[in-house]
Design a binder for this molecule. Sequence first.
Ligand code: SF4
Length: 371
Amino acid sequence: MVQDTLKKFHEAATSPRKQMEKYLAEGKKVVLTAPVYTPEELIHSMGFVPMGAWGADMELNRSKEYFPAFLCSIVQSILEMGIKGGYKGASAIVIPSLCDTLKTLGENWKYAVEDIKFIPMTYPQNRKPDYGIAFTKAGYERVMRDLEELGGKYDPAALSESIKIYNKHNEVMRKADEMLAAHPEITAAERSDIFKSAFFMTKEEHTALVEEFLAELDKQAAGAEKIGIVVSGILTDAPQLNEIFDEFGMHIVADDVAAQSRQYRTDAPEMDDPLQALAVKFANMDNCSVLYNVKKPRVQWIVDTAKARGAKGVVVVMTKFCDPEEFDYVMIKKACEKADLPLALVEVDRQMVHFEQVRTNLETFRDMLTF
Ligand code: SF4
């Protein structure tokens, strides 16, 4: 039953701590993976359970001892969770260097959360040339050495196997994104659970659950047409935000969200050297605010995807104080205007309790789209 699998996604998405306890009780070691991209395949191949650490919706207190108030709340809430013991039991956290705010997280983590090892992953700005790929590979080797100190063992054959497992998961998530576009009866909240739960389950378990869900969904008649929108941003998991999408009859027909589809667009190629394949994967990734590309293909990607999926408009969900997303916004706005695609901007953060401004913006947008 579709509803049974949706319930399982919801349980995993809303109880990451329970998921972590389960893996720890099974004798597994958990390694946290901070936004936006980390070499999860490598961590998985070395015998650890990678778990997404994108913070939580919470009040921020202790993190303010380390950060100025104007840093994004995702990073602040990751540190807050770490200080308050929310990630207790994890062996390490891998923090990439993909934005200036993330760079400060690692340095503060070392002092604020001493019981969970900080593993830096330094990525090159120019990731596509050979020297960029070599730099990424050297960064992965550094992660590997740190994981070895925690008892992990590198085996190229195991990494090749993990790459296959992750590529398979990418494939089912892309399929889910496609099928969900044709099923308006699946709510924005349910769609969010499907994506969010992927961070807290092993990829093997999540792939199996998504496949089960898609098989059931395939048998279900599509619900009545709603207002198709494309959502773009870093994180869109706030329950209040998704409730508003649902309340106003908005159907997410595609997303350009860092915590959702951006994770699954690119597979690692099959190569003799699997670590090289992982570095090539990172070089091939694109269409994301934190992945440097002077031509900004992401902007046209949003327009093209919205058109291809028949979306009536685009909603940019801006995480407050997120520089990379703010830089791209003007270009997205201009491209949407040029393509005659209505666009709405709403601002969110992890400390937000009142969503009235978001509600007013989206209500007006709904009225515009249905006028
Ligand atoms: S990309 Fe934006 S939201 Fe993500 S960590 Fe950096 S500043 Fe925060």
